[in-house]
Structures are given as C-alpha cells and as structure tokens.
Design a protein around this ligand. Structure first.
Ligand code: AMP
Ligand code: MG
Length: 441
C-alpha cells in the first residue's frame, strides 16, 4: 500500500487509497418503480430507450399556411402568389385533405402537416397580416374567404418539425446511474414513460458520540456542547440522495456505543456514519467497538482536516444471532469542520455509489488564489470563498475576521462556498497561483 512520504504523515494512507478501500465495500442498493412525479433527484437503475418518435408526426413550427414550396418560388411583396385555402388545422387535429399544387392549409403551431405540403409560411408573410392590395380588372375587390396571398419564398422543410426530430425510436435517452434532473423527468414524460426504475434511497445511520454532547432541544449544562454534527450529516445525507436514520448520541462507553450500533443495524441501514471518538484520546472508543462488532480497515488518512478517520464493516445479525451481512461504517472525526470535509471526501462518494451513481467527482473549477498558502504534507481542503472578477474566478481562503481554518470553526463553513484542494506534495502556493476549488453550493 502506497504511503505519503513527508514527516509524521508517513504512516497515513492517501485520500485515494482510503476512498478506494471504502468504495470496494459498497454495492448499489436495489431498484424500485416510482411514478414520474416522485422521480426527480433519484438515480436511474435501468437504461431508458425510447419506444417512440418525438415528435410522433411532422408538425408545424409556426402559425401560418402549409404550402408546397415550389408554388411559392417566385413569391414576393410585389409579385404575390395566390393560393386556395382548403383546410384549417388546429393543434391536436388530424388534417383530412391532401394538398395539390396552388393549394394551402391554414395551420397552427404543433398541428400535423397535411399530406402533400412540404413547408409552412408564417402568417406574417401572407395576406393574413399584410392586407392584399385591391385587385384590378374583372372580379376585382379584395380576396375571397378561401384565398391567401403569399409574399415570400419558402424552401422545402421550412418551419416543419419532422417526425423523430427530437427523439428516434430505439434511441438511448438516459443511462443507468444517471441522477434525474427536471429536464430528464420531462423527457421521460415526452416518451410516455409514466413510471421509472430508480434505486431506492440508501438508508444511512448517523450516530454522534461523546459524553460532552447535548441535543439541540435539551438544556445545556456546564462542560457540555450541542450536538451539531448529527444535523449537518443528516442534511448532507439527504442532499446526496440518502435517507438519514438519526440515532442520537452515544455516550463514550463501549456498552452504550455497542447498543446504539445494534439499534441502527436493526433498522436495516445500508451505511453507518459516526462522528468523534476516532482519535487517540482516552475515550475514543469507536475503533474499539468497530473492531469488536466487525472489522476495521484503517483509521488514519493523509487529509487535513479529518486525519482521524476510521473505516470498516459491522456484522449484522438476525434475531437468532446469525451473521446476515456486513454494513460499512465510516467513523468521521468529531470536529465539526473536519467531519464535514471528511463527509464530502469519503461519505459523499459512498452514498452516491450506494444510491446507484457511477461517478463521484465533486464539481470543481480552477480559480486564481488571492493570497499565498502553505501546506504540510497532507491533502488540505481549505475553506474558501469563490468570487467572479472581470478576469475570471478568484478564491480567498481568509474570511472577514473569522479564524478560518480551525477545524472547530463552523462559521467558516457557513462563510465558505468552496474548498481549495491543496495536493499533499505541494508545500507552498504563491498568491496568483491557479488552484482547484470544489464547489460546495
Ligand atoms: P473527539 O474526536 O471525540 O475528540 O472530538 C473532537 C471535537 O469534536 C471535540 O471538541 C468534540 O467536543 C467535538 N464534537 C464531537 N462530536 C460533536 C458533535 N456531534 N457536534 C459538535 N461537536 C462535536
Ligand atoms: Mg470525544
């Protein structure tokens, strides 16, 4: 197993190695059939192939007259072409009359093109908009009810949307693993798919640990702090498509932690997230319990913040005590910012993979660094603020007065809209250097 080579970090596994070990133990959850109205933000479990053409028939892209283009080849304002109107086709209707030369059909946007017609000329280029000049000679006066003057040439195919212009029967529309966006939902409706196979939402247990923690609605006593991690993590789980199963706070005893873990396993969760208790302090018992209830794979990663990070698998059992399977557990650090960064780097891809997605890259951009930064041999994810300037994206790692990079400073996470990613082999970056920034929002 590769290791980073600098100073005290030599025993830590890299971010990539840790992520690989985690993802190896994660399998996508099963699929379920949901109605389209419940499908946004869900992940497709099967490829979608169109069984129809969209549009299903050639139709008009304009309100106007369906014509035979050849009839209008010399049309102009000075030399209009007179056509006889034989039909009026609103959207939703089926034209019954076939066009022969010197005939036209009045047609609305979306209505099927009548047989024989090969173009549509807009109302704006006909006597419907520009009144016909008075006719001279015998039979003079204005146009008859069923006559129209065409003032402009038109080419075959103009203003006609052919059948299958958008989608052709047999075309792959969306691949399995794709997370459905509003436009995808509309596309599924357009091809007549009222229900869709998606992965069920993975169930993710969230357990805070620590004797110092009190919950948000409990009275706070001396020496205690609020449990914020569980709420941040539940929100992140939901953001990435999971279902949060909040287990509350476990005290720093093997008995209590074991009991809470059993409670979570009984709720059929697909992944366990704990926070705190993975460091090297007296009461850091998550690793101990993980080893006793399953198997631990690693517990430190070359990342900053978030170095104490445990990963392993818990054994789940049925009522008779027989082992039924393994549930992966990611032991996130306790410091709120470290927990959040470690979540983005490790728990987020795990949840995406569980939920059926196939790529886990965080959306990132390249920005110009506002001030110099130093780094100490671990992959550093620095809270940062991205701002757009006339010459492109810039990013600052210093908030206004907040002590930004302390790993307990949650306000800095509230301030940040990105994370600057500083590679482990980079120890210094001058102001003005281009850097990779993960977009948080
Ligand atoms: P530990 O890893 O247990 O040493 O915890 C590291 C730091 O994170 C300590 O200052 C804890 O008080 C804090 N911490 C642990 N759990 C939580 C939590 N659920 N919410 C907010 N802060 C926490
Ligand atoms: Mg603790």
């Amino acid at each position: 197993m590769g290791v980073t080579t600098q100073n005290s970090n030599h025993l830590l596994i890299t971010v990539e190695e840790a992520l690989k070990l985690i993802l190896e133990k994660i399998n996508p959850v099963e699929a379920e059939l949901v109605p389209l109205t419940r499908s946004v933000n869900r992940v497709l479990a099967k490829v979608v192939v169109a069984q129809v053409d969209v549009p299903p028939f050639a139709n008009s892209a304009m309100d106007g007259y369906a014509v035979i283009a050849a009839d209008c080849q010399d049309a102009s304002k000075q030399t209009p072409v007179l056509l006889k109107v034989i039909d009026n086709v609103p959207a939703g209707a089926t034209p019954t009359k076939k066009l022969s030369p010197k005939k036209a059909a009045r047609i609305m946007t979306g209505a099927p093109i009548p047989e024989g017609a090969d173009a549509v000329i807009r109302f704006e280029e006909t006597s419907e908009y520009i009144p016909a000049p008075a006719r001279e000679g015998p039979g003079g006066g204005s146009l008859a009810e069923d006559e129209v003057l065409i003032y402009h040439t038109v080419a075959p195919g103009d203003n006609v949307r052919p059948a299958g212009e958008d989608v052709k029967t047999g075309q792959v529309i969306l691949e399995a693993g794709h997370c459905l966006r509003p436009q995808d939902v509309g596309m599924l409706a357009a091809i007549g798919q009222a229900k869709v196979w998606v992965h069920r939402r993975p169930r993710v247990a969230i357990l805070a640990t620590g004797d110092e923690l009190v919950d948000v609605d409990e009275p706070i006593e001396p020496g205690k702090i609020r449990n914020s991690n569980e709420y941040t993590q539940a929100a992140l789980v939901e953001k990435y498509g999971g279902e949060a199963v909040m287990l509350g706070i476990a005290r720093d005893t093997v008995e209590d932690l074991t009991a809470k873990i059993q409670e979570g396993l009984a709720q059929q969760v697909d992944l366990f997230l704990t926070s705190a208790g993975v460091s090297v302090g007296d009461f850091d018992i998550v690793k101990k319990v993980l080893a006793a209830e399953g198997e631990m794979q690693f517990w430190q990663v070359a990342i900053k913040p978030g170095k104490p990070l445990a990963f392993g698998e818990l054994r789940s059992r049925d009522n008779a005590g027989h082992v039924t399977g393994n549930v992966p557990l990611i032991g996130l650090p306790g410091n709120p910012v470290a927990a959040m960064v470690a979540f983005e780097v490790f728990a987020r891809p795990a949840i995406l993979k569980l939920g059926g997605q196939r790529s886990y890259e965080k959306t990132a951009l390249q920005a110009c660094l506002d001030e110099e930064i130093t780094n100490s041999g671990r992959r550093h994810y620095m809270r940062a603020f991205i701002h757009l300037e006339p010459d492109g994206y810039h990013v600052t790692t210093r908030g206004s007065g907040v002590q930004v990079q302390g790993s307990g400073i949650l306000t800095s996470m509230v301030w940040a809209n990105g994370l600057v990613v500083v590679p482990e082999n980079v120890t210094y970056l001058p102001a003005g250097a281009p850097v990779e920034v993960w977009i948080l929002d």
